[in-house]
Design a protein around this ligand. Structure first.
Ligand code: HEC
Length: 132
């Protein structure tokens, strides 16, 4: 009987911790969305607001993946946190790299959490965005 009660106590504690972790993730993801909108959406937005708005990032990725993956980063399900951080710190093609004075490590953690929130590509995600 004792073990059952102890077991139940442990389980409910785990539930509390899991709940907290989840709330922390949600907060980080919200910050990431805001930072993404500020730093990245001009090139990587999902919506073309006015008919002729130019989104170089989304457009380049539509061409790169030829419709096999969404052009908009926010719709991708294979972006790992590491991959996002790599591209932001190094840049690629016409995408500039961002120094820590522009996008801090804290902001980048949040952006990476936001863009990898739907990552279903498994543990080996290092090359997921660079496939082909
Ligand atoms: C000046 C426009 C511009 C800005 C600002 C910009 N990017 Fe990019 N980004 C691009 C372009 C263009 C590409 C595609 C380059 C190529 O491979 O042809 C790209 C590629 C990427 C890729 C690689 C995706 C893949 O599958 O190859 C990631 C990840 C990325 N950007 C993340 C970000 C994040 C996060 C930010 C904000 C911190 C950001 N970018 C800001 C233009 C931009």
């Amino acid at each position: 009987m004792k073990t059952v009660i102890a077991g139940a106590a442990v389980l409910s504690m785990l539930g509390v911790f899991a709940g907290k972790a989840h709330a922390a993730d949600a907060a980080l993801i919200r910050q990431g969305k805001a930072a993404f909108d500020y730093h990245c959406a001009a090139c990587h937005g999902t919506t073309i607001v006015s008919g002729n708005r130019h989104l170089p990032g989304t457009e380049a990725l539509i061409v790169k993946y030829q419709g096999k993956l969404p052009g908009a980063l926010e719709e991708r399900t294979n972006l790992s946190s590491e991959l996002v951080k790599y591209f932001v710190r190094h840049g690629v093609s016409v995408m500039p790299f961002f120094r820590k004075t522009m996008v801090s490590d804290t902001e980048l953690d949040a952006i990476a959490a936001y863009l990898s929130r739907n990552d279903h590509s498994g543990t080996d995600t290092h090359d997921s965005g660079r496939a082909q």
